[in-house]
Design a protein around this ligand. Structure first.
Ligand code: C2E
Ligand code: SIN
Ligand code: SIN
Ligand code: FE
Ligand code: FE
Length: 728
């Protein structure tokens, strides 16, 4: 027993061994032994007992083979099979092998897992026909294997499977696996790869590129939104889509654009605290609800129709959630759908942001131009009517409202009076005069600030809208005080035929226009006032002048009507000599006042019945000097002094008070001198009777170049034929 020196076998083993061989039986088995260098080896050993003559086992023949090499290669084969199996199982691809009768002979763990996911049984699939095991395979698959068999080449195909709501895209490679080179006993190896994600990603990318390129072509927000919605519906296979935006002014949600089954969901306003859109805006994250009817939460199911599943993504521009894009349908949405919608929403938000900026810039430019136009109207004219017409035209076009009017405050009656309007259909406001305690306009003046009535139905506390609102179908109203230099000049009123909520930009622009209008009105009124004051003053002066002349005539009884007559004739003669405009006005005034200096002549001289003594005549000759003294104190009459001061100068220099000669005598005075003598000689005087017309004409002709300017006489003689005796 010493030959067995392995420590690898326990006592029991040896006991059995010895029992066997001492029992006279042959023992066969393997034992592990150890070589001298310590390495192990396996022995295949047969021990045969040899009986002696007494029939006892006294010797044994042991035949040993070192079987280490053989054992090891067998083990290696077993190990490699396990490894192979593990490898196949570990693969991401599903692999199955079928024989030429399409019976499943092998499949890997991946296929098993997929089957479980999709609700198929594979435990008893081995040995079954492929189509029996996987009934969802298309019949064409059979043709594919036939082709592979014929050509001996691999075939790659793409398939799409639908399991419930899940879509599964595959890429399948079918190949021959020859066994022992025998084509008949051949098998098919099929490798199936799951490419769902790749297909989905490709589709998403295409979708997003489509949306992006659609958006790139448009700058206008109202063109853009329908495109976004249509593309979204198409790409996501939805039934209805809508864009809900946050209104920064009212802080409401407005369903702004919609399509498909939701196409009527526009112009609807929602409270952000009471709708799903509000929640998304608050959180800024995606929302999927696939069971809207069962679990509506904050969804307005009354709006979503019978669509069960909705997905909504926030529109985030410049870090701000400005709205939500919603898509709805019956089939549930998956997470991936949410990612597509998010991608679309990102692009849409950017595009909306960009177009809003663009439109704002354009608006600002237009507004600037409008302000400039109003400014120009103001500086180029002081006609209030014209200014207000330009203003109202700009107000309505720029603020995009239907109508506007201006009422001006009339301080003298403490009322508002209609001044101008634009966009009205009826005639009825033309003569509006409002007390300050009536109407919206009155309230604007009293409060001195904007009054807004975005919706007439809701109205303004304590004030019913004027009947004009019903007549014109106005639904919204804004009234702005027109204030300049701290004074309310009037009210600019804006009307719209549908309810209308103004934004901050709009109100800013309205204020700018109102400010300009107020200044314009103020300027125009100032000018108007000045013109009127001026006119009043002129009228007052002229009345004063005539009053003086009359007073003189009353004193000098016999010259009654003299001034009026000489004024008329002088004007006529002057005009014929080419005098016009302000010069004519001054000639007229000068003629009226020509003898005003006689006011300083005492009655006993002025009214003397006979010829004057030298002293009396000297005094009488002072009257032009008196006139000059009296009138030069009045600024306004200075240009009219030529006649009162110089009407007794003579062409030959022998007149008074200065003895001026020829053209040194002001023309007005030279003209007037002829008329004065004409009228004097045609009239009775205290000291003589009136002359006949012929003798007067003769006398005047005879004085040409002596007393009178020959040119004036010539012209005078041209008109004298038209004149009756004593007429002018
Ligand atoms: P008046 O009566 O208006 O006359 C104006 C001018 O008409 C006179 O300027 C004179 O140039 C001319 N004229 C008037 N009457 C006669 C006339 O009978 N013969 C001629 N050749 N020319 C006549 P004049 O001379 O410088 O007188 C200025 C003013 O002096 C007159 O204004 C009148 O108010 C007064 N006056 C002149 N002569 C007399 C007179 O003899 N008796 C009285 N009471 N007053 C006289
Ligand atoms: C909502 O915000 O509740 C309305 C959104 C929708 O119609 O899906
Ligand atoms: C108007 O008729 O223009 C005035 C309306 C109002 O202020 O009530
Ligand atoms: Fe005179
Ligand atoms: Fe006179």
């Amino acid at each position: 027993p010493r030959f067995l020196n392995s420590g690898k076998h326990d006592e029991l083993f040896y006991e059995k061994l010895w029992k066997t061989i001492w029992g006279g039986e042959v023992w066969r088995g393997q034992i592990t032994n150890r070589r001298k260098d310590g390495s192990e080896y396996i022995e295949d050993m047969t021990i045969t007992p040899i009986r002696d003559s007494r029939g006892e086992n006294s010797n044994f023949i042991a035949i040993k083979y070192d079987v280490t090499d053989r054992m090891q290669s067998e083990e290696a084969l077993k190990a490699s099979e396990t490894l192979y199996r593990a490898t196949v199982d570990a693969m991401e691809e599903a692999i199955y092998v079928i024989d030429s009768d399409l019976r499943l002979t092998l499949f890997n763990n991946t296929l098993h897992k997929w089957s479980e996911q999709f609700g198929y049984e594979t435990h008893h699939a081995l040995g079954k026909n492929l189509f029996e095991a996987f009934p969802f395979l298309s019949p064409e698959t059979k043709e594919d294997y036939k082709k592979v068999l014929e050509t001996g080449e691999s075939l790659v195909t793409n398939e799409k499977f639908q399991f419930g709501d899940r879509v599964f895209h595959t890429e399948t490679r079918k190949s021959m696996a020859y066994q022992n080179g025998d084509a008949q006993a051949s098998r098919f190896v099929t490798v199936v790869r799951n490419v769902t994600e790749r297909v989905q990603q490709e589709r998403d990318r295409e979708a997003i590129i489509a949306v992006a390129s659609a958006l790139r072509k448009t700058l206008n927000r109202s063109e853009m939104m329908p495109i976004i919605l249509d593309k979204t519906l198409e790409l996501m296979d939805g039934k209805g889509a809508l864009i809900a935006m946050l209104d920064n002014v009212t802080e409401e949600i407005i369903l702004e654009f919609a399509n498909g089954a939701w196409k009527d969901l526009v112009d609807i306003r929602l409270d952000p605290d009471e709708c799903a859109t509000g929640e998304i805006l608050k959180k800024g994250t995606l929302c999927i609800n696939n069971d809207l009817l069962e679990f509506p939460g904050k969804f307005r199911v009354d709006l979503t129709g019978n669509l069960q599943a909705v997905v909504g993504a926030p529109l985030i521009a410049a870090g701000q959630a400005i709205g939500v894009i919603w898509v709805g349908r019956q089939r549930p949405w998956r997470k991936e759908d949410g990612s597509i919608l998010s991608a679309i929403a990102d692009m849409a938000a950017n595009a909306i942001h960009r177009s809003t900026l663009y439109e704002q810039t354009e608006n600002r430019l237009e507004q600037l131009q409008a302000l400039q136009a109003v400014d120009q109207a103001i500086t180029s004219t002081l006609d209030l009517r014209l200014i207000l017409d330009v203003l109202l035209e700009k107000v309505t076009s720029q603020l995009k409202v239907d109508a506007a009017d201006v009422l001006l405050y009339d301080g003298s009656i403490n009322m508002l009076r209609f001044a101008a309007r634009y966009g009205f259909r009826s005639q009825s406001t033309q003569r509006t005069v409002l007390r300050l305690d009536e109407g919206y306009a009155g309230r604007v003046v009293m409060e001195g600030q904007i009054i807004d009535v975005p919706d007439i139905e809701v109205g303004l506390k304590g004030l019913r809208p004027a009947p004009i609102f019903a007549v014109e179908e106005f639904k919204a109203y804004y009234g702005v005080p027109l204030k300049a230099r701290g004074q309310v000049q009037g009210v600019l009123q804006i009307y719209h035929r549908s309810p209308f909520q103004a934004g901050a930009d709009w109100l800013d622009f309205l204020q700018a226009l109102a400010g300009q209008a107020a200044i314009a009105i103020d300027n125009a009124m100032l000018f108007e006032g000045m013109r009127k004051a001026n006119l009043d003053l002129r009228l007052a002066y002229d009345a004063t002048i005539e009053g003086w002349a009359m007073a003189l005539e009353y004193r000098d009884q016999e010259t009654v009507g003299h001034s009026r007559r000489v004024v008329k004739l002088t004007e006529r003669l002057a005009q014929k000599m080419g005098i016009e405009g302000a010069d004519l006005v001054n000639i007229r005034r000068g003629a009226i006042l020509h003898d005003i200096g006689k006011m300083g002549i005492p009655d006993h001289i002025l009214l003397k019945q006979g010829p004057l003594t030298k002293e009396e005549a000297d005094l009488m000759r002072q009257h032009p000097i008196y006139a000059q003294k009296m009138l030069s104190a009045i600024e306004f009459l200075r240009p009219a002094l030529d006649i009162p001061y110089s009407h007794h100068e003579k062409w030959n220099g022998k007149g008074y008070p200065q003895g001026l000669k020829g053209k040194n005598i002001p023309l007005a005075a030279r003209i007037f001198a002829v008329v004065d003598v004409w009228d004097a000689l045609n009239s009775d005087r205290a000291y003589r009777e009136a002359w006949t017309k012929e003798s007067v004409v003769d006398y005047i002709r005879s004085q040409s170049g002596k007393h009178f300017d020959p040119k004036v006489v010539k012209t005078f003689l041209e008109i004298v034929d038209d004149l009756e005796d004593g007429e002018s």
